[in-house]
Design a protein around this ligand. Structure first.
Ligand code: BES
Ligand code: MN
Ligand code: ZN
Length: 496
């Protein structure tokens, strides 16, 4: 999708659809006023006739409005406050995108850039508009044999107010587009089923990124390499699978040579059947999404490379399958991790923390200034926070707060859970250094407590995306979360 910025009279612009905002009680936005005047008050008349309430996100589609060169005018309700909250603004953009994609519009003009949003500037607004339109047109059709109807939208023109900072708007649109493209890559990978998106496939897709972004360096460690490194935990999880495990390492050296990198570690379980502690059949297909952490890392690195951010970033993705088999790891088995610690695997379905433990240890070699892992780690996190917030646990308050703030700014929110010493007790094992499960109580926290034992050498945060990485039901599909949060966090690092 293409984003352009042009000023000029709105009524004179030719397009398939012009989007303007109206506040409650028929209060017109500056753009709506312009169109109302050009149409000799016809817009106001229609709003009255249709009893348009203009509650936030309401839409009204008008055709061939007199005095206006756009084929359609989409009126969007902005609610009753002249200054919107970030949440309201994103909701309004969401309904605008939904209404526009229901029409065959290819080229549109969006005049919602002028809408004031509390504490956010036009760069942020442009970013949200670009993200909403680009991401809102995403459809996953790769596996359908018949051509599918997909949104025709190809160009969005942003209409700046007089005196607006064109450069800031351009920058914002560029950021929104890059985030949406990173999300598209992540969603495509995640929506692909386990028989296509295997660990090898994930590795190939990561390698393919280097064609478009020569600055990126991608290395793939094979099973033998992991064996040499003593990654007993990853190897144990992968034992029951016929697919070889991969440890995918992406390096983006955008910053100063000596500057230590930020590392993103993503769980890349391309299918989690639970292993010998087999999951029940209901919704088990959704465990193809157990690589969403890894997809997030790939999508975020693409967005950062696309934007050319001046920072050093590393991505580490342990990728494998978790399946039952005669060769699979069994409950009670004790394995030695790369860190040298032994783990009693009491439940083979708690495999994410095992592969992440070794991946976190591996990440030490980059001497990172901060490590953020992203994982569909626990059903317990979904129970605790539902599908609205990503779970956040950390050993560093400053890092945690920066991530929470990035979640607010990007409207891709996280909520922090405690990681107190008390929870560590639940991981006690009679036979090894510790166990891989800590009982049902506080399941999202004890999983993070397990990870924290492999993260004691650096500042670390853990994002549990079990509730946010995909939606179930009729609209089953990957969400691309938490890429907006992570890219915002990285943008903040560059700015601050
Ligand atoms: N990938 C799952 C977590 C998961 C389950 C995410 C459902 C989203 C929806 C993870 O590997 C897992 O199976 N966790 C177990 C841990 C338990 C055995 C301690 C869980 O959450 O049940
Ligand atoms: Mn599992
Ligand atoms: Zn899993």
């Amino acid at each position: 999708m293409n984003f352009v910025i042009h000023s000029g009279s709105l009524d004179k612009k030719r397009s398939d659809c012009l989007i303007i905002g109206v506040y409650e009680r028929q209060k017109l936005s500056p753009s709506a006023k312009e169109i109302d005047q050009a149409s000799d008050g016809f817009l106001t008349k229609l709003l009255k006739r249709e009893h348009f309430k203009a509650k936030e996100g309401d839409t009204l589609l008008l055709h061939q409005l007199p005095g206006c060169r756009a084929d359609r005018v989409l009126v969007v309700g902005l609610g009753d406050a002249l200054e919107l909250s970030a949440k309201q603004y994103c909701k309004i953009l969401g309904s605008a995108v939904k209404a526009v994609t229901a029409t065959p519009s290819q080229k549109i003009v969006c005049a919602l850039l002028e809408t004031q949003v509390a504490t956010y500037d036009e760069r942020w607004r442009a970013r949200q508009i670009a993200l909403a339109f680009a991401d809102g047109c995403y459809r996953f059709t790769a596996l359908k044999s018949e051509p599918q109807e997909v949104p025709a939208l190809a160009q969005v023109e942003l209409h700046p107010q007089e005196g607006a900072q064109k450069a800031a708007i351009e920058q914002g649109a560029r950021e929104g587009k890059a985030i949406a493209e990173g999300m598209k890559l992540a969603k495509d990978l995640a929506n692909l089923p386990g028989n296509i998106c295997t660990p090898s496939y994930l590795a190939e897709q990561a390698l393919k990124l280097t064609e478009r972004y020569p600055k990126l360096k991608v290395t793939v460690l094979e099973e033998a390499d992991m064996s040499k490194l003593g990654m007993g935990a990853i190897l144990a999880v992968s034992r029951g699978s016929r697919q070889p495990p991969k440890l995918i390492v992406l390096e983006y050296p955008g910053g100063k040579t000596k500057e230590s990198p930020i590392a993103l570690v993503g769980k890349g379980l391309t299918f989690d059947a639970g292993g010998i502690s087999l999951k029940r059949a209901e919704n088990m297909d959704e465990m193809k999404y157990d690589m969403c952490g890894g997809a997030t890392v790939i999508g975020t690195l693409q967005a950062v490379a696309e934007l050319g951010l001046p920072l050093n970033l590393v991505g580490v993705i342990p990728a494998c399958e978790n399946l039952p088999d005669g060769n699979a790891v069994k409950p009670g088995d004790v394995v030695k991790t790369m860190a040298g610690k032994t783990v009693e695997i009491l439940n083979t379905d708690a495999e994410g923390r095992l592969i992440l433990g070794d991946a976190l240890t591996y990440t030490q070699r980059f001497a990172p200034k901060a490590v953020i892992d992203i994982a569909t780690l626990t059903g317990a996190c979904l129970i605790a926070l539902g599908r609205h917030a990503t779970g956040l646990l950390a050993n560093d308050d400053e890092l945690a707060n920066a991530l929470l703030k990035a979640g607010e700014i990007s409207q891709d929110r996280a909520w922090r859970l405690p990681l107190w010493e008390e929870y560590q007790e639940q991981l006690k094992s009679n036979f090894a250094d510790f166990a891989n499960v800590g009982g049902r109580e506080g399941g999202a926290i004890t999983a993070a407590a397990f990870l924290s034992r492999f993260a004691d050498k650096f500042s670390w945060a853990h994002l549990d995306i079990a509730g946010t990485a995909w939606t179930s039901g009729r609209d089953k599909g990957a969400t691309g979360r938490p890429i907006p949060l992570l890219v915002q966090f990285l943008l903040d690092q560059v700015a601050g």
